[in-house]
Design a protein around this ligand. Structure first.
Ligand code: PAF
Length: 281
């Protein structure tokens, strides 16, 4: 496995694959990798000739009071994990390599679906994601890109971006990887105290109860209220508990498939999760 830290180095490493028309699979990450990321690499490995993973903590997607400075940087550990699951090239650029020294004058903003859910709580976040992902796509020029469904809204934003800007990339969403107790794996889980880690699975449990209750005929508004009550009783501070259609449209009844979304703080750690609930008509 190679590690490249410059765009030039990466381009040179990918050049033989490009000239022999091998398929390139790409997984953008911010490092501090867990099984969720490694599952993305495994999926890419199944489908693509060459697998590239980027590790870049992108400053422009963090708000002023967010955890950019403290975001865990664990490159050596990440490299070992990636080698074990068959990654071919790690791209780990510096901020200067990605953004240069001149001011950036171009922004990329996906409207509508970003003015909701995490977009309301984290203004500018999805613009920062759209810019860095576009830059990474231009640098790597992959055929396939893999994203986790845990960041469901991010996945929808990237799919929209790729469609709107005619990028010749197939975006593949990979199901959420969970701990045995149901907690969705996340780099931020490492911030949880031991006690909060015991509490955190309440999110998934309340989503599963909601799925059961919806499918048993309970009203969507009641089910959402029950999720809110369970989380609040367990000591979480809710950012949002919402239902949307799979395309992120607002829904007020369970008369089609819905996705239930939770974002809540446990201590200082913000956790997100979602569950797709099938409507069997
Ligand atoms: O999901 C993430 O880790 C980041 O938002 C991404 C897609 C790597 C862009 O920085």
């Amino acid at each position: 496995m190679k590690t490249e830290t410059t765009i030039q180095g990466l381009t040179a490493s990918l050049s033989p694959a490009r000239s022999s028309r091998k398929s390139i699979g790409f997984i953008p990450t911010m490092g501090n990798l867990h099984q969720g990321h490694l599952n993305l690499v495994r999926e890419a490995r199944k489908l693509c000739d060459v697998v590239v993973v980027s590790i870049f903590v992108n400053p422009i997607q963090f708000g002023p009071n967010e955890d950019f400075d403290n975001y865990p940087r664990t490159l050596e550990q990440d490299r070992h994990l990636l080698a074990e699951v068959g990654c071919d090239i790690v791209f780990a650029p510096s901020v200067e390599q990605m953004y240069g020294k001149q001011p950036r004058l171009t922004n990329i903003s996906v409207s509508d679906i970003t003015n909701d859910l995490c977009g309301l709580q984290r203004p500018g976040h999805f613009d920062g994601v759209a810019v860095v992902v576009t830059k990474l796509f231009n640098i790597v020029q992959p055929n396939f890109a893999f994203f986790g469904q845990k960041d469901y809204q991010q996945l929808a934003v990237i799919k929209q971006l790729v469609r709107d800007l005619n990028m010749a990339i197939e975006v593949i969403g990979v199901p959420i990887a969970r701990a045995e107790d149901g907690l969705a794996l996340s780099s931020r889980n490492g911030y949880l105290s031991e006690q909060d880690r015991q509490t955190a699975p309440v999110i998934y449990k309340s989503l599963k109860t909601a799925e059961h209750d919806l499918q048993a005929g309970q009203a969507l508004s009641e089910v959402l209220a029950q999720i809110r009550a369970s989380l609040t009783d367990a000591g979480l501070v809710i950012d949002y508990v919402e239902a949307r259609s799979p395309m992120l449209q607002k829904v007020d009844q369970f008369d089609q498939d819905v996705v239930l979304f939770v974002a809540a703080k446990l201590g200082k750690t913000r956790l997100i999760d979602n569950l797709q609930v099938k409507h069997s008509a």
